[in-house]
Design a protein around this ligand. Structure first.
Ligand SMILES: Cc1ncc(COP(=O)(O)O)c(C=O)c1O
Length: 394
């Protein structure tokens, strides 16, 4: 049986990480893998997470199974953080999942079960796991234009034109904030336009929100999505706690489904719990419990929000200094989009040859499509990166 398997294509980011590790230059810069790093290159455990974990060790008296949907307190706390005032309590079904990826996977399985012939529309480009999971599940995919390489912003006309070809019942994947890999995001007004298009054409939005709090702040990052869900009859939302709580390996996520009316809620919730049962039974609980402890305790929550804000403003500062360093070196503002982008990533717009030249000549490691993890920079490496970008003729 196993001899029928064919090798998997090597993971490009893992290969990049290995090449970085082997590079002896002490000026090398790792902008590859998508995790937050502080100025010293570490991905720390957040203070509130440590405190909640300590409390949990002291107080938890059982590790018996949770429900198939996970702990209801987690679903309530996280869905409130994500959906805010737009949370439709009587139409909201939730299941905890292994990370945001698990929420996307479960959401796509739900889509396939409910609408077997529907197409999934993905932004061009998008996080590669979106098409990979959809293809694995046999879901038809189509792309809508999203990134305007000329301006570094969103091609809203192209997006509108492409989504106008979608058929009623198709699903549109949207990044809630901090678009990965481009860093370019819809404005509040553009979210409204996308919502109107979904309503007019009967499209179902599926929002992937993995970086809430990394862009403009916890509420600002969710504002567009909240405006959208206030308008559309139904929606799916996949939330990840990996980045904003820094609990990558705890695998903490939540799939939310907004049903068209309270009447469909029970069936929707049942279908989601059953999909959990079929894939992994009970979702992981440790990270979920830590998150709900933080969100429901005033002191822990305030400390977490303050630390997240330091992370966010640190990345914004790096964006601004990189844009300024490039302005200084090129005498133009054509890299100004780097300061306008939000989140951990920006698509630089370099060719694969330029990406290779930056790696060879300057030890700058970024993904081949020129996605840069801004959190991989610090005050000392910003000028080095700016030099490399200019030298490569980007
Ligand atoms: C766009 C996007 N969605 C979802 C995720 C899911 O992350 P996780 O499964 O680690 O929670 C990521 C992580 O890189 C991401 O970039």
């Amino acid at each position: 049986m196993l001899n029928a398997l064919t090798p998997q294509a090597p993971d490009k980011i893992l290969a990049l990480m290995a090449a970085y590790r082997e590079d002896p230059r002490d000026t090398k810069i790792d902008l590859g893998v998508g995790v937050y790093k502080d100025a010293s290159g570490l991905t720390p455990v957040m203070r509130a997470v440590k405190a909640a974990e300590r409390q949990l060790v002291e107080t938890q008296d059982t590790k018996v199974y949770t429900g198939l949907a996970g702990d209801p307190a987690f679903a309530e706390a996280l869905s409130t953080l994500v959906l805010g005032d737009a949370r439709p309590a009587d139409r909201l079904a939730c299941v905890a999942t292994p990370g945001g990826t698990g929420a996307i996977r479960q959401g796509l399985e739900l889509m396939r079960k409910a609408a077997p012939g529907a197409t999934l529309w993905l932004s061009a480009p998008t996080w590669p796991n979106h098409p990979a999971i959809a293809k694995h599940l046999g879901i038809e995919i189509a792309e809508y234009r999203y990134f305007d390489a000329e301006t570094g912003g969103v091609d809203i006309e192209g997006m509108h034109a492409d989504l106008s070809r979608a058929k009623a019942g198709d699903v549109v994947m949207l990044h809630g904030c901090c678009h990965n890999p481009t860093g370019a995001n819809l404005t509040l007004d553009q979210w409204g336009q996308v919502a109107d298009l979904c309503v007019a054409r009967g499209l179902v939005p599926f929002v992937d929100i993995a970086y809430q709090g990394f862009g403009d702040g916890l509420d600002a990052d969710a504002a567009g999505m909240r405006a959208l869900i206030a308008k559309v009859p139904e929606a799916l939302i996949a939330a990840s706690c990996s980045k904003n709580f820094g609990i990558y390996r705890e695998r903490t996520g939540l799939l939310m489904a907004i049903a068209p009316s309270a009447a469909e809620l029970k069936v929707t919730q049942g279908a989601m719990a059953s999909l959990n049962r079929l894939n992994f039974s009970f979702p992981p609980d440790h990270g979920a419990r830590v998150v709900s402890m933080i969100l429901t305790d005033d002191a822990l929550r305030a400390d977490w929000a303050a630390e997240l804000e330091e992370v966010r403003t640190g990345m914004l500062g790096l964006r601004e200094s990189l844009a300024a360093a490039l302005r200084e070196r090129t005498g133009s503002d054509r890299f100004g989009f780097l300061a306008a982008h939000r989140g951990m990533f920006s698509l630089l717009g370099a060719t694969p040859e330029q990406v290779e030249a930056m790696r060879r000549d300057h030890g700058v490691y970024m993904v081949g499509d020129s996605r840069m993890n801004i959190a991989g920079l610090n005050a000392a490496t910003v000028p080095l990166l700016a030099d490399a970008i200019v030298a490569a003729g980007v």
